[in-house]
Design a protein around this ligand. Structure first.
Ligand code: NIG
Ligand code: FE
Length: 416
């Protein structure tokens, strides 16, 4: 299989498919009008003019996409999709007339928030978690999402973290799943003094190496109420020694210096960033670390936006993700996140489109995803515009939540 000539020959033998009649196609950089896409196996061969004929070649199967808008299959690069239980109680309290002062951190401190989800997730079997995750991924696929990153972090003990990661992996189907081990918070009652030190050692020397075979990356929630900067440094050092990619939940509640630390470690991404400073921005720009913006969490926590203008000026690549989780971002729709990134954070339409495709793939270290052209993955999402609207790509952003996908292709296979 590793012989390149043999690989080229195998590819030649693969059947060709042409998707034709595409009104607009966004290739990850720009819009094409009236084109067709030629697929071979799991790859795109070319973007052609729509009048390309295949000379009656029966070897080319033709699929009609009349009037549709084509996008690279969307990539949700930051989610907590595998969990059990509900946080509806926290939500109702936070929007009630008396609870408006409850903050994310104050709910967490009294054992609510993340701990509520940890409790429910510990009670769930792998099968139960798989059923829940699969149903949530189906929702995402229906809007054209073909790759989803899923983090652990609601187990906090080895056996539940393992169950979460096994369930996330078992839920992959039409949607590709990339799993990340998340050092999220300390278990309740183990966050002080000697207990904290003991748990931290267990995490570094037992949990992390045992779970490494189940993940491609490690993420740390470095913040008030979670891991300190020094603890984060140690976890990232260990993760890299295990050959894993790294991400950091950085500068969300407090300014900690986590973004600069992430960049120094060569992290693929630093995420949230509401409280990043100039130093963090410069470090991310120098390292090419992607800024993953999470407008769902910003909205639900009634937070202020990250400094998007400064990130843009510094040339930091920006991605947008749902941060789907039951507490701070109960949002499965990546189009909604993209539109909110425009309206609440100041991204342009083009930046938002790049943010849910090419830069999201970059945040996962996947250069084959998030764009369409010769050699890219044949991951394609096709949509009709809303009734009465022109087939502009941007109209999918303008209407909050986008549109249900009409066709979805993953790795050259039609899955919707
Ligand atoms: O990315 N900030 C920390 N972790 C998650 C929230 C998880 C939860 O509230 O359950 C986040 O927002
Ligand atoms: Fe998150």
């Amino acid at each position: 299989m590793s012989n390149p000539k043999r690989r080229a020959r195998d590819r030649e033998a693969l059947p060709l498919t042409r998707i034709r009649g595409i009104a607009r196609l966004w290739d990850g950089r720009r819009v094409h009008h009236d084109v067709s896409l030629l697929l071979q196996g799991s790859r795109i061969v070319e973007i052609g003019a729509d009048d390309d004929t295949d000379g009656g070649d029966d070897a080319v199967e033709t699929v009609e996409a009349d009037g549709l808008i084509a996008m690279p299959g969307l990539v949700d690069c930051h989610t907590h999709t595998t969990f059990a239980g509900t946080r509806v109680g926290d939500f109702v309290r936070r929007v009630s007339l008396t609870g408006a002062t409850d903050t994310y951190t104050s709910i967490l401190e009294v054992g609510g928030g993340i701990h509520t989800t940890v409790h429910a997730t510990r009670m769930a079997t792998v099968d139960e978690l798989t059923v829940l995750t699969t149903a949530r991924l189906d929702d995402m696929l229906a809007r054209g999402v073909t790759t989803v990153e899923i983090k652990s972090g609601y187990g906090l003990d080895l056996k539940t973290e393992r169950r979460m990661l096994e369930a996330a992996r078992a839920s992959a189907g039409p949607v590709e799943v990339l799993t990340t081990f998340l050092a999220h918070v300390f278990p309740r009652g183990r966050d002080q003094g000697a207990d904290r030190a003991a748990y931290f050692q267990e995490l570094l020397t037992v949990n992390l190496p045992s779970l490494a075979p189940l993940v491609t990356a490690v993420d740390v929630y470095c913040d008030t109420g979670a891991f300190s900067l020094a603890e984060t440094d140690a976890i990232l050092t260990r993760a890299k020694a295990l050959g894993l990619d790294i991400h950091v939940h950085a500068e969300q509640v407090a300014h900690t210096g986590a973004a600069a630390l992430a960049a120094r470690h060569g992290a693929l991404s630093a995420d949230h960033l509401e409280r990043i400073d100039a130093n963090g921005i410069a470090a991310m720009a120098a390292a090419g670390t992607v800024a993953v913006l999470l407008p769902g969490a910003m909205l639900y926590l009634r937070d202020t936006p990250p400094p998007v203008a400064a990130l843009r000026t510094a040339g930091v690549p920006m991605a947008v993700a749902t941060d789907f989780n039951p507490g701070s971002s109960p949002v499965t729709n990546l189009w909604t996140a993209a539109t909110l990134a425009c309206l609440t954070m100041g991204l342009t339409a083009e930046e938002a489109l790049t943010g849910i495709t090419r830069n999201a793939a970059l945040a996962l270290g996947r250069r084959d995803l998030g764009w369409l052209g010769p050699g890219s993955a044949a991951d394609i999402a096709l949509f009709f515009p809303p009734p009465g609207e022109p087939p502009n790509v941007e109209v999918l952003l303008q209407y909050l939540g986008g549109r249900p996908a009409e066709q979805v292709w993953k790795g050259g296979v039609r899955v919707i």
